[in-house]
Design a protein around this ligand. Structure first.
Ligand SMILES: [Zn+2]
Length: 1077
């Protein structure tokens, strides 16, 4: 290799500066800019368009229908003879939805309760106070004792300061010898249950059955009405349990001795209440010799049966059972889709699939006053390039010819199923702004007797919710069709990177990975060109031109004003330069093997990539592999400003803010060029993710972080992430705009992007996993008749360099009754929005303020329901809307998350990383991130493909004799109880005893037995569902790592002070009552 040390003398080449102004084409903008050319809208001479078959990305996952066939299979079955909008009236209407063009209510099948009866009474808290202390649930106590055992042992391995099981109030009197619980005053009422054992999950194999006398306390069989008690049986009758939790109509009977104050809530902003009254246990009902060993602070404190409060597991299970078997057909306006945790197929009949758009509510208030009263945020979580399952059809590509897509003259909305053709088809009225536009002659078609175009089913843009248009040159920067994008790999070769083996690993991997660059449709090879840079304090560019025998290195040591020292030979076609690239990737690890350079630069690396893309006049992606805080003298140089003392102060927000605005400006330049940055971080200490993440974040890129990277344990995860990231579908140089019908408008946006104005979301790159959340506000009244419409248009460059528009349309209902709003909400989406809103809030407000605001908003949402929608009942009842009954538990998880309430082990970088990660998550990802999935592996049926039924995230659900898996989208824990049978341990880990299990394992050993195969297939299945490869962590009960694991048992009180679900529910109830009084 020849090395050409080159002094900086200024850019040798004229670098085209496209100028961002030219990019803001009126063709895309909603309002015509002054002086903007209008011709593309009025051209009448275009060819008669048809739609092209979609070109499936990457290797034809599915075959599109044969040419000329009507797009959706379901479309062909439509009877003709309906007026416009009649796609709402027929077809495969599911779930008993009445066929009607009138605003749809949520289908009865999925909404079993009427407004008056929908409430979900959780408990009658106020009435409990007259009663004496509760008898302890045997099961609860037993579980707490199990917890005690764990906690005590774990304490021998000293937890970090502040950790420990006894975080709660330590003033609990000892339990032993406490008097028996007083009898209920009077006989139990129907619907009451007196502290019976919870209908626990049948996995407590180590627990003996409860004393039979307990059963006598329960007043007979459960009632089927709303007020039946949870079943006292143990084990539960499966059918009954579902009813109990599923409908959640049954109310837990009065909970004796629920004091108004509850313990352990120091983090709500309100002062903690007085210590709770002593828990009195019935010694006879607790046949446990270990009772005396219970430390005082571990006494059971629950006064509400955890099984009597809404269970996420049950809600998920019910939705799967009710809605998983039928396809979700999108023909009906305002239809609430199945939950993200339900597997279902989607048939597009005029509205975008929920895989592309999910809303917080599918029935939105007609007026702004109503919306404000409810406090329910109106938001859509949009994933424009979402990957579809193979059974579903990709959006069709429509070509409207050289005049471009047909659009409304005024608001520029794109042709869609909601446009109304009039005057025999010569004009159409815009469904967004009501403006009437002439139909271009090439697009003219006659209407049938119902007013529908006769080519309705032949045109995706008239009959489908999602489709693509081929963009014309008017939609391109500088009125020029784009070149294919480029990928530039930029590898940190400083001491740490080399020594850890990372550099060698990356180079080895790239040799094969470069053959898997994204391809369009049936193209033989990828159009993407590649380039390579290595760096420490200086940058090394490589000439890998195919004609060279050996790669050439050019060093740029003046990093103050970055330029690219070579133009020809830097970005190359992989196949043409294969041998030179292979040679380079062989040489890089050798060249830097003996480096002593520990310092790195960072901003100049991005600048170099940006300049290279500018010089090549293309968009692209930088893959930067970086290890340390960039302290070398250069633009964007950073200092270590980490300070944990700022936590819980007004200055905490600075930890999330970049330490310099340099990177914001750089990000802006990158977006203008379509230069997306993906950052792979391998830190051994603080490297300021909040600052380094600015450019990836604002360019639509991704950040991956592998702290304390070790080759043996982390390479598999890193390589999987890298492969996925390189191969995934991505659009470049993207602009997204969301248009709405009159009455509402998009006002706020959350995600990884840049905005230079108030409407256009700009992303240098947008991949199939990235989500943008959009909030809407009223600017006028809406009507129940016309509903509300959204049209999301994404202009982007495909991986082959084709300019396209992807369009997603969604129609929502509008209501004048609050009950209709609450009946059509989607709590998972609501939580996605609330989390993103809160996570942005920490940039500007103290974390405590953000937390208080979250709690207050949710209390207002629930109080408004209680006041306006629930049937009159005692103020002591907490009544939750059926669709929002999980709002408290999920909200608590958000409040307890690392960003809003960090434990002592959570670093500043972790928090910044999570904050940015969550901001781009879709609803399925936030769902599992905030409420992880916990699966009892030892209950798995080794003969079936299915996952074992999930259980609730609480330590008391764990049995010492079982093995569990917990996943949150970033980690997979495998928790092994101390009493697990030796044979299971042997089968899963290949060792003969619990003590021999190594928690250094990063993968499960491959063993030839049914249990091992089953568990590994479960792990693989879960890995396949997530956009990132999850880190596998083996946790042995009572082991040091268990502290980390317990952090994910989100229904429990957390070690960092987060409330348990039960306690939080009580707190929410109190807040709601205060609002109502
Ligand atoms: Zn319009």
């Amino acid at each position: 290799m020849s090395v050409n040390q080159q002094a900086h003398t200024g850019p040798p080449y004229g670098q085209p500066q496209p100028g961002y102004q030219g990019y803001q084409q009126p063709a895309y903008g909603g309002q015509s800019l002054p002086g903007a050319p209008q011709s593309q809208y009025g051209a009448y001479n275009g060819p008669m368009p048809g739609y092209q078959q979609p070109v499936p990305p990457q290797g034809s996952l599915r075959a599109p229908p044969t040419s000329g066939a009507p797009p959706p299979a379901s479309g062909a079955s439509h009877p003709s003879g309906h007026v416009a909008y009649s796609q709402f009236e027929h077809g495969d209407v599911q779930n008993g939805i009445p066929a009607s063009a009138a605003p749809m209510q949520r289908p009865p099948a999925s909404q079993p309760f009427l407004p008056g009866s929908a409430p979900t009474p959780v408990s009658q808290i106020s009435t409990f106070q007259q009663y004496g202390p509760p008898p302890a649930s045997v099961q609860q106590l037993r579980n707490h004792m199990a917890g005690m055992t764990i906690g005590c042992t774990a304490a021998s391995a000293p937890p970090p300061a502040g950790l420990g099981y006894g975080v709660g109030p330590s003033s609990y009197p000892p339990t032993t010898g406490a008097p028996r619980p007083p009898a209920m005053p009077g006989p139990p009422l129907p619907g009451q249950t007196v502290a019976g054992p919870p209908s626990s999950q049948p996995n407590h194999v180590s627990s003996p059955p409860p004393p039979s006398t307990m059963a006598g306390l329960h007043p007979g069989p459960p009632m089927s009405g709303l007020h039946g008690p949870p079943p006292p049986t143990h084990p539960p009758q499966p059918g009954y349990q579902m009813q109990q939790n599923g409908s959640f109509g049954q109310m837990r009977g009065p909970q004796p001795n629920y004091g108004g104050a509850y313990p352990g809530a120091p983090n709500y902003g309100s002062p903690p209440g007085p210590p709770p009254p002593p828990k009195r246990l019935d010694p006879d009902s607790i046949p446990s010799p270990q009772l005396n060993e219970l430390p005082p602070q571990q006494k059971p404190r629950h006064r509400i049966d955890p099984d009597a409060i809404p269970s996420p597991i049950q809600v998920i299970e019910d939705d799967r059972n009710n809605r998983g078997s039928e396809p979700f057909v999108t023909g009906v306006r305002g239809q609430v889709p199945p939950l993200v945790t339900t597997n279902f197929l989607v048939k597009d009949q005029g509205n975008a699939s929920p895989r592309y758009i999910r809303c917080t509510s599918y029935n939105i208030p007609c007026t702004s006053d109503m919306a404000k009263q409810s406090q329910v945020p109106l938001a859509a979580v949009i994933k424009p390039l979402a990957t579809l399952p193979p059974e579903e059809t990709l959006p069709y590509l429509v070509d409207h010819g050289e005049s471009g897509p047909v659009r409304c003259n005024r608001c520029k909305a794109y042709m869609c199923p909601f446009m109304q053709f009039i005057e025999g088809g010569r004009r159409f009225q815009c469904c967004f702004c009501s403006c009437v536009t002439e139909v271009p002659p090439h697009y003219f078609q006659h209407l049938d007797h119902t007013g529908k175009r006769v080519d309705f089913y032949d045109r995706p843009e008239l009959s489908l919710g999602s489709y693509e248009f081929l963009a014309t040159v008017d939609y391109c920067k500088n009125n020029k069709f784009p070149s294919p994008p480029a990928f530039i790999f930029m590898i940190d070769v400083s001491y740490n990177a080399v020594k850890s083996g990372l550099v060698r690993l990356i180079c080895e991997e790239l040799k094969s990975l470069l053959d898997y660059l994204p391809r369009e449709g049936n193209m033989e090879e990828s159009a993407i060109r590649v380039g390579f840079v290595t760096y420490n304090k200086v940058l090394h560019f490589y000439n890998v031109k195919s004609s060279l025998a050996q790669p050439q290195m050019m060093v740029v040591s003046d990093v103050a004003d970055m330029f690219v020292p070579l133009l020809d030979g830097f970005l190359v076609n992989v196949n043409e330069s294969r041998t030179v690239i292979a040679s380079l990737l062989d040489q890089i690890p050798e060249m830097f093997a003996d480096t002593r350079e520990t310092e790195t630069v960072f901003a100049p690396v991005i600048q170099a990539g940006l300049e290279a893309l500018k010089a090549a006049d293309c968009a692209g992606k930088l893959f930067i592999f970086h290890t340390s805080l960039p302290i070398a003298e250069a633009p964007g140089k950073l200092k270590n400003r980490d300070d944990r003392k700022l936590i819980n102060t007004d200055k905490e927000k600075t930890l999330f803010q970049p330490q310099t605005s340099f990177y914001n400006n750089l990000a802006k330049d990158c977006v203008a060029q379509g230069c997306c940055v993906d950052l792979f971080l391998f830190p051994n200490q603080y490297l300021d993710v909040a600052t380094l993440g600015v450019v990836p974040y604002q360019t639509g890129g991704s950040i991956y972080k592998y702290a304390y990277f070790q080759l043996e344990t982390d390479q598999y995860r890193f390589l999987n992430d890298l492969r996925k990231d390189v191969q995934k579908e991505v659009g470049f140089d993207a602009v997204m705009r969301v248009r709405t019908s009159t009455g509402i408008r998009a006002t706020d946006f959350f995600g990884a992007f840049y905005m230079s104005n108030t409407t256009d979301v700009e992303m240098a790159g947008l991949d199939c996993d990235k989500t943008i959340t959009v909030e809407f506000k009223h600017d006028d009244k809406l009507s129940e008749d016309s509903g509300a419409l959204l049209q999301c248009a994404l202009l982007y460059t495909s991986c082959a360099g084709q300019r396209r528009l992807r369009i997603h349309n969604l129609s929502l209902n509008c209501c004048t009754q609050l009950a209709d709003l609450y009946r059509n909400c989607e709590t998972d989406t609501l939580i996605n929005y609330l989390a993103k809103h809160a996570y942005r809030g920490v940039l500007s407000s103290p974390v405590k303020t953000v937390r208080d605001a979250l709690i207050n908003q949710c209390a207002q949402i629930l109080a408004c329901y209680r006041k306006n929608c629930a049937s009159p009942s005692s103020a002591g009842q907490l009544i939750l809307p059926e669709c929002m009954k999980l709002l408290p538990v999920y909200l608590n998880c958000v409040l307890k998350s690392d960003v809003l309430q960090p434990g002592p082990e959570v670093t500043t970088d972790d928090r910044a990383y999570i904050r940015q990660l969550v901001t781009s998550m879709d609803v399925a990802e936030t769902n599992v991130f905030f409420y992880p999935r916990l699966l009892p592996l030892t209950k798995a049926d080794v003969d079936s493909d299915s996952l074992p039924a999930a259980i609730r995230n609480s330590e008391e659900r764990l049995s010492k004799g079982d093995i569990y898996l917990l996943e949150d989208g970033l980690n997979i824990f495998v928790w092994v109880g101390v009493n697990v049978q030796q044979s299971l341990i042997q089968n899963l880990f290949g060792v003969s005893s619990f003590s021999q299990i190594s928690n250094a394992l990063s993968t499960l050993p491959v063993l030839e037995n049914p249990f091992s195969k089953k568990v590994r297939s479960v792990v693989d299945m879960l890995q396949g569902q997530r956009s990132r490869y999850m880190k596998l962590i083996i946790v042995k009960q009572e082991d040091k790592l268990e502290m980390l694991f317990k952090h994910f048992l989100v229904e429990d009180k957390s070690l960092s002070g987060g409330a348990s679900y039960v306690d939080f529910l009580c707190h929410m109830h109190k807040e709601i009552r205060q609002l109502l009084s």
